[in-house]
Design a protein around this ligand. Structure first.
Ligand code: UDP
Ligand code: MG
Length: 312
């Protein structure tokens, strides 16, 4: 019988976990497969790990990975994928925003011999329940990143997906430190079937993503999957050189024809401000890429495990 690994990153999820476990347990009874639930405790400050350990004592299918601190969801997903052993692997949030009830349908698609899908992903077609400003910027972000990157990022795509072992192994090949999973999943390719659904609000607890965190994550995505910002910096520089060259000629001619009255001080100050602004901005872009490169070259581990019951 084939085995399915369910990977669940958890950070301060003591409130949502009981609902999640109940739901996934029910669903697993409907599916005739072996199961393995891998809960990753990503340095929670509440009782998350105690709850997971309690489940693991009465349910042999429950595995836990306890991180030494909060490493972020990306790291948690990577650890889960790495330690999973299933023929199929699914990633799910603990807050039931990725409904486990869709799993049988996803499995049906991936096992269908006629269609040859390696991966089934979930896509939200609405963002109801989300602050409008967040939705607005999210939409802008997807437009922007898709213009800048060769890899297509799917608007509304969640991390919830069911993959074959082959896809998982390909993802594990990508060992970078700055992980932007939405891009990594697209990068490895394979045939992905997208299922669409209406947004569901989290069952309990609260979101860990502030607007600022999401903004930084968006920048991370752009830096990781596009070098267009660097090109923008050099193109802007080139255009400015051209403009200044024309201006020099104009000024020389003007001085020769009309003499040299000392004026134009305010415009000069404005130009200095503007140009130094552009310079700092370009330097900032360069710095972003440099900092990412710096972190990659350090080759630090993506996560550190304090304890786990896998391979016991
Ligand atoms: N999460 C995590 N580490 C973090 C932040 C979040 O493992 O540093 C987990 C969290 O427990 C949840 C999932 O990632 O299972 C998605 O987080 P959340 O629901 O807060 O994000 P949202 O759905 O609001 O985008
Ligand atoms: Mg959520």
């Amino acid at each position: 019988m084939k085995k399915i690994s369910i990977i669940v990153p958890c950070y301060n999820e003591e409130q949502a976990l009981p609902y999640f476990y109940k739901e996934i347990n029910n669903i697993s009874k409907e599916i005739k497969k072996n199961f393995e639930f891998i809960f990753i405790n990503d340095g929670s400050k509440d009782k998350t790990i105690e709850i997971i350990k309690k489940y693991s004592q009465k349910d042999k299918r429950v595995k836990y990975i306890n991180f030494s601190r909060n490493f972020g969801k990306e790291a948690a997903m990577y650890a889960g994928l790495k330690l999973s052993t299933g023929d199929y692997v699914a990633i799910m949030d603990a807050d039931l925003q990725d409904p486990p009830s869709l799993l049988p349908r996803m499995l049906e698609i991936i096992e269908d011999k006629k269609t040859d899908y390696d991966c089934v992903g979930l896509r939200r077609i609405s963002r109801k329940g989300e602050p409008p400003i967040r939705s607005f910027f999210a939409r802008r972000f997807y437009k922007l990143i898709n213009k800048m990157s060769k890899i297509e990022m799917v608007d509304g795509a969640r991390d919830y997906r069911l993959m074959t072992r082959q896809v998982v192994n390909s993802i594990l090949e990508l060992k970078e430190y700055n992980r932007y999973s939405k891009g990594l999943f697209q990068f490895v390719g394979y045939n992905t079937k997208w299922l669409e659904y209406e947004n569901i609000e989290r069952v309990a607890g609260e979101t860990k993503w502030s607007f600022w965190k999401l903004f930084l994550y968006a920048i991370e995505g752009i830096i990781a999957f596009s070098t267009v910002p660097l090109a923008i910096a050099s193109i802007t520089g080139f255009i400015f050189c051209l403009i200044s060259f024309i201006m020099i000629i104009v000024i020389i001619i003007k001085t020769l024809v009309f003499g040299d009255p000392t004026s134009g001080w305010p415009s000069l100050v404005c130009i200095i401000f503007f140009v130094s602004g552009v310079q700092l901005f370009s330097l900032g872009i360069l710095g972003q890429y440099l900092s990412k490169t710096y972190l990659e070259t350090k080759n630090r581990p993506i996560y550190i495990i304090k304890e786990t019951n896998i391979n016991e």
